[in-house]
Design a protein around this ligand. Structure first.
Ligand SMILES: [Zn+2]
Length: 442
């Protein structure tokens, strides 16, 4: 089996792990490649040969049918019935936390609206309208989303049209690769650091202009606004009238992660579709069927995912027996003050690459936090399952409000020192000796 390494250009290559390199904005694509390999061939066998799978998938458009959206059976039924009965609201607001699939659901709904051959259960997935919708290139589906200040300046500048279609292409790609895309991930694609995006008044004016034309092909014209909470106040005000009374056969589909930031004037003009957390059984089934995870592992992850498919995928990525083993060995040796074991642990850990250390630290902090929750008698806030749960039950009494900050502090410092290229051997030795002082019977 060949392990696929996903990394930026120029990052460390390991001999037997082909590096799928790319720009930061390529990261979602690279993860998709990894998932596809898993989907098609179990372990990632010779990624390079399988690489075409990505292109193939992209050309076909990614699944945007209701059937492909994880969970939400009652909600799907409601949406299907409304269209079937000819009760298509002129403005809907899909509201759901990141990872619940609010965008995926909205896209499936839009495709269903456009499909020329739909059944009572789903869009057909094959008619020209479906194909275009699935690639997000249907001429009657208009897409609006927040962008950063740089993009806004560029798209409102001299070469605005080219640049705008460029950014649209980025968004399409990001969504097609991950219909569970969240706001922060999108800003990551744009390399916006910690800045926040916005939907400008210029965009709002374009929306109004676009909607003044008749639909090209479809029975409907759809204006999909992702994250309307990022609309500039003036932009939102500009749109009020058209949202309230859109032209005939025009439908607004808004998708919000944080409706509390939306202007009341907008929410009051839309029909809300509340997208709840996904039920654990649906997440487990999807992990098993689409990502080839063993049933027990999928069930464990689904319980920890708190209804978010994004979190489930992230857990599937990082949940790794090796990290767990490393953590358990460390904590046991600390508890028993076995210094020789601790030094051996440090020596071994010092061989980890920088990214691995980062993952380990994130994992260790997470597990420590979960143990604290158990200790405080809050098992409902502790997301552990399987072997972690078993370990946590025994270890939780030793993670208390008194030592948890010291433990997390040592872990965070470890990460910082390694990130600063300090000598790994010295850093890890220092780390285990300090950590052991905070854990175990005193
Ligand atoms: Zn169709």
């Amino acid at each position: 089996m060949i392990i696929v390494q996903i990394g930026y250009k120029n990052s460390e290559k390991s001999k037997n792990a082909p590096l799928v390199a790319g720009k930061k904005s390529d990261m979602p694509k690279l993860f998709m490649v990894k998932y596809l390999c898993r989907l098609y061939s179990g372990p990632c066998v010779e990624l390079r040969k399988k690489r075409y799978l990505w292109g193939e998938y992209f050309d076909e458009g990614i699944a945007m049918q209701f059937n492909d959206v994880v969970g939400h059976a009652p909600l799907k039924e409601r949406l299907l019935r409304a269209v079937g009965d000819g009760r298509v609201p002129h403005a809907q607001l899909f509201v759901g936390a990141r990872g619940t699939g609010n965008l995926a659901l909205a896209l499936a709904y839009v495709q269903y609206l456009m499909c020329t051959n739909r059944t009572e259960l789903d869009s057909c997935g094959e008619c020209p309208a479906c194909r275009k919708a699935a690639k997000l290139v249907h001429p009657d589906i208009h897409l609006v989303f927040p962008v950063g200040a740089t993009e806004r300046a560029e798209t409102e500048g001299a070469e605005r049209d080219d640049r705008a279609s460029d950014i649209l292409a980025h968004w399409r790609q990001a969504v097609l690769e991950n219909p569970y895309l969240g706001e922060a991930e999108w800003y990551g694609v744009l390399d916006m650091k910690n800045k926040q995006g916005m939907i400008s008044t210029v965009t709002a004016s374009e929306v109004i202009k676009t909607l003044s034309y008749k639909p090209y092909e479809g029975a409907y014209k759809v204006m999909l606004i992702w994250l309307p909470e990022r609309m500039h106040v003036a932009a939102a005000n500009k749109l009020l009238k058209i949202v309230e009374e859109p032209p005939e056969r025009t439908v607004f589909v808004m998708v919000s992660e944080n409706p509390s930031l939306l202007l009341k004037t907008i929410t009051s003009r839309t029909q809300q579709v509340m997208v709840p957390p996904i039920d654990a059984a649906s997440i487990a089934a999807a992990l098993e069927q689409r990502h080839g995870l063993p049933a027990a592992h999928a069930a464990d992850i689904s319980r920890m995912a708190s209804g978010s498919f994004s979190r489930a995928l992230a857990l599937a990525e990082t949940q790794d027996g090796e990290l767990f083993e490393r953590y358990v060995q460390l904590m046991r040796s600390c508890y028993a003050n076995r210094y020789l074991d601790l030094l051996a642990w440090a020596e071994d850990a010092a061989r980890m690459g920088r990214e691995e250390v980062k993952r380990f630290v994130a994992y260790a902090i997470d597990l420590t936090r979960n143990c604290l929750m158990l200790n405080l008698g809050l098992p409902e806030l502790s997301f552990m399952a399987g072997q972690e749960q078993q370990f946590g039950n025994k270890f939780a009494p030793f993670i208390t409000q008194q030592n948890v900050f010291r433990i997390v502090g040592e872990l965070s410092r470890l990460n910082e020192h390694i990130a600063q290229n300090a000598n790994a051997g010295i850093v890890f030795t220092d780390f285990v000796l300090k950590l052991s002082q905070h854990i175990g019977p005193r």
